[in-house]
Design a protein around this ligand. Sequence first.
Ligand code: DI6
Ligand code: FE
Length: 398
Amino acid sequence: MRDRTVITNVTAATMGGEGYGLVEDAAIAIEGERIAWVGPLSDLPADFADAGRLDGQGGVVTPALIDCHTHIVHGGNRAREFEMRLEGASYEQIARAGGGIVSTVAATREATFDDLLARALTRVDALIAEGVAVIEVKSGYGLDLETELKMLRVARALGEKRPVRVVTSFLGAHAVPRGMEADSYIDEVCIPALEAAHAEGLVDAVDGFCEGIAFDTDQIRRVFDRARALGIPVKLHAEQLSNLGGTALAAEYGALSADHVEYASEADAKALAGAGSVAVLLPGAFYTLHETQKPPVAAFREHGVPMAVATDWNPGSSPMGSVLLSMNMVCTLFALTPAEALAGTTRNAARALGLSDCGVIAEGMRADLAIWDISDPAELSYGIGINPLRQRIHGGRT
Ligand code: DI6
Ligand code: FE
């Protein structure tokens, strides 16, 4: 018989439906790696009477957190660019002067597989310590076939070395490498690299950066057409620094998500709603770049666009290793409610990754749970630099 455990003495924020979906004095029965039952302890089926007990000590249990947008596999760091921005240079100026993404590309090409893996594992450990059970990891600092594959193999290895689920995104269309034109890069390097990575089973989704300093919609469209032909879902860094039509393009391709979206319009919000795509909000990049244009949160709410929240952990625009901090920031900077922030790192983050077996506490879902030393789930967003995790459960295992 499979392991059976019942978590008791907790308030459950199930995240099913509106708000937190709170169940006071809850019981959550786990069988193997799945949730077998959830509800008030007083209604627990007699069937579970002999199961082991896990005392939640009066805390709150939520779905384990999901970081649905990261670039945690990369070489080097860009602390010098941080100093340059403090001296007045902009992110785009630094990128056009040969810094920015392409400087991380040089460091990532140079790093060995083992170096990249060791550094990324420290980042994974920081996220696990915050109750994270699923991490999305992008390529995009290789910009050549060999290094894009190396990054994605490292990403897959992270999920073998640690008890965490890794979902990969191929981000070959992240920047134009030195010495190449954007069009020939897309056709001669990016698309062949995508095909090779897909053939190796390394690609769960295809991403791109649609921006003046990166690729236009025609170039992204060519990558998306190939993704579609290969049967891979797409997502897009869209409307981060300007409005180039990336969000509308993402919606046209039925994207899992459009990410950043500070410069998205009301029409973009409607398009996302029509496509069922998630808007992924990345307040770490907004904060780091001193951005002032906020994403159209009111329009997302009005049109029913699900909002997810993530770290965007990367060495340039968001050197931020905390999902909890992203939840605080998205409330303080973009006026999400703490319940929306938690939905953004659980239910809607799962949706942004195309996962339907996690992100809420419900029968049949994976038993990916976090038990917190708090009495109100709003405390998760309210604290700054405070980590109240008591225990993380991943696939039913503590
Ligand atoms: N937008 C971002 O915020 C990251 N990538 C992107 O397309 C930044 C990547 C970097 O600056 O290294
Ligand atoms: Fe990003």
